[in-house]
Design a protein. Sequence first.
Length: 375
Amino acid sequence: MVFKCPFTMDCAGSVTSSCLVAEPLRSTGGREMLRVHFTAEDLTRIRIRAHPHPLWEVLLSLHLLQTRRGAAIFGPWRRDVRAALHPSGDILTTLAPPKGYSPDFLTPFVDSPELDDGLEVVLSTSSATLRADMTRLAEQTKLPSWAWRIAGGDAEMMRRLADRIRQYHAQALLPYAHVFKSHIREDWARRAEMAMTHGLEHVLSTLHPSIRWRAPVLEVDYPVDQDLSLDGRGLVLVPSFFCWQTSMTFADPALRPVLVYPVDPVIGWASHASATPDARSLEALLGRTRATVLRVIAEKPYLNTKQLARATGTTPSGASQHAAVLRDAGLVNTQRRNNSVVHSLSKRGAMLLDKPALQDRAGYPDIRLSNPSAG
């Protein structure tokens, strides 16, 4: 059994957790670790994502939001987000506690960098998986009645969960998206150069100080002793901005193998992110909801009004009204496509947000690494 879990770091840096394994095995070296076992075939099937995984960033940022971990780096972001956060946090923090187990279905494997694509997979989760994941979560904490509706696959409750995730993403992550996307692209570029000049072993050896490549095993400092055999399935490496110190993987070893590893941000990133313009200044100028609508339009051009409402946690009539005000102010463009009205950032809106009028949608391809012995 492999853990996906946020583990709380105390001020001394030691790990505390509510682990679900009663008697974990001990490594012979006296410290726990995750050991990822590769075959020759696995070494030809390694990928590094070029983009943030939106649902992993949602989950991991929720973990950080509920603690004081990484105060020097995440403190300003945590303060601003807590001040602006919608009450949707109740549902999300129940499903994503700051330590212990978080359900695998919240972070499904999906190639797309788009949040809605990931949420479609969440909404299509089988009832058996929902029941198993929620039952496991209940082993470490008492769940409210609505959580058991999720366990039962209740469609209305699942849609409510998806809407809450969208709201949280719009408030807590979207204002800072250009910063953590940039960090992950820089990590991608660095790995790409390493792969070309030094090969796979160097890439695997330098993912993070807590990760070591000792062929054919990737060793990861971990709160419990675990073994993950890839068995020819390969491995997807997922760089994460909000992953703090401890890499993560799915709890269910039958799922597609992934390893989420930290891309360490620098002190002051949140202040820099909100300096152009200051998030609170933008909200003071436009109002909190309208500022969120503008950011969503900038990040996801050509959403129709119904999609915009879902992404911002507003009603369709409310989204239409906010978009109309922004259009009248010259900050967004609205046009008709087929039977829908869609919205995009205008040049004036782009100047206000200090970003291109149309965001880079495709960006960079994932890196596919090959067996170092082949080269």
